[in-house]
Design a protein around this ligand. Structure first.
Ligand code: GUN
Length: 285
């Protein structure tokens, strides 16, 4: 069994992004800028946004966080997005999810300028991804593909089982795998007999948010396991969706939690934001 080390790869990517920032600044005077909208006091969201801000600082981006109270109006968030769409110093806009119940998330995501949609959540970019065209791809599944590439793992022709069908992880993960010529199954909360599907898989990608969802008897000998879950265990530890201690001895590769997919998500956000700034720089010439 070999660990897929997302922490190490994310450091390498950060280094490359830092160099890209320097080059862009020297060539065109542009400093990539990221705007984050954070609504409410969800502790996990706050922690993620804090990590994203620190990563921006490390690579030399300009970044701004718009913190808003739980009871903020739809209109006020929309106005902030419109302002960021029109701000030439901002190349990437990220609305941290989930949002409070009274907010229409879809409407907000549709308002983000697709050329600044570094999360890849706008239907325009979702459509480009499913069609196999270049565009912004959601950071977590994009990070998984980078991690596989780093270890020379080709998904072509492999039976890939994606567990969890969210718009943020499962669906774009499945699209990326399909675009790379894998055979893809998507399992979700209504799937009957999950084990039947996972046992048949050469590779399992799980982002369901359920501790120990994937157990030893659900995994084929030599399978590759990508754990996209981040959960807080009763004892306070961060754990994924896979029963790591029992599953790891059975598989060929596995991502640890923490230190697997998590750091890759942030690295891809940096990479997407740099890409947005590079395109903006070309267009302003
Ligand atoms: N909430 C959980 N993951 C993500 C993500 O990748 N982007 C945003 N904007 N919100 C999230």
């Amino acid at each position: 069994m070999q660990l897929l080390d997302g922490k190490a790869l994310s450091k390498k990517i950060e280094q490359n992004v830092s160099e890209g920032v320097k080059k862009l600044r020297e060539k065109s005077g542009i400093v990539p800028g990221l705007a984050v909208i954070l609504v409410g006091h969800d502790e996990a969201s706050k922690a993620y946004v804090g990590m994203k801000k620190k990563a921006c600082d490390r690579v030399g981006f300009y970044s701004v966080t718009h913190e808003m109270p739980d009871d903020i109006s739809q209109e006020a968030i929309e106005n902030t997005i419109k302002m960021m769409n029109n701000n030439p110093n901002i190349n990437g806009i990220l609305v941290q999810l989930p949002l409070p119940k009274h907010i229409d998330t879809t409407k907000l995501l549709e308002l983000v300028d697709p050329s600044k949609d570094v999360d890849g959540f706008h239907p325009y970019n979702v459509g480009r991804l499913t069609t196999g065209l270049d565009g912004f791809v959601p950071c977590t599944p994009l990070g998984v593909m980078e991690l596989l590439a780093e270890y020379g793992i080709d998904v072509k022709g492999k039976n890939c089982c994606v567990v969890g069908a969210s718009n943020i992880v499962g669906k774009p993960m499945a699209s990326l795998l399909l675009n790379a010529n894998a055979t893809v199954e998507i399992c979700h909360i209504f799937t009957d007999d999950l084990k039947k599907h996972t046992l048949n898989a050469d590779m399992i990608f799980v982002g369901a948010g359920v501790i120990n969802l994937i157990k030893e008897d659900m995994v084929k000998e030599g399978a590759i396991i990508i754990d996209i879950g981040i959960n807080r265990a009763a004892d306070g530890r961060l754990v994924g969706d896979v029963d790591f201690d029992n599953v790891s001895s059975k598989c060929s590769y596995i991502t640890p939690v923490p230190g697997g997919v998590g750091p890759m998500t942030i690295a891809m956000l940096l990479s997407n934001t740099l890409k947005a700034a590079q395109v903006a720089a070309k267009e302003s010439r």
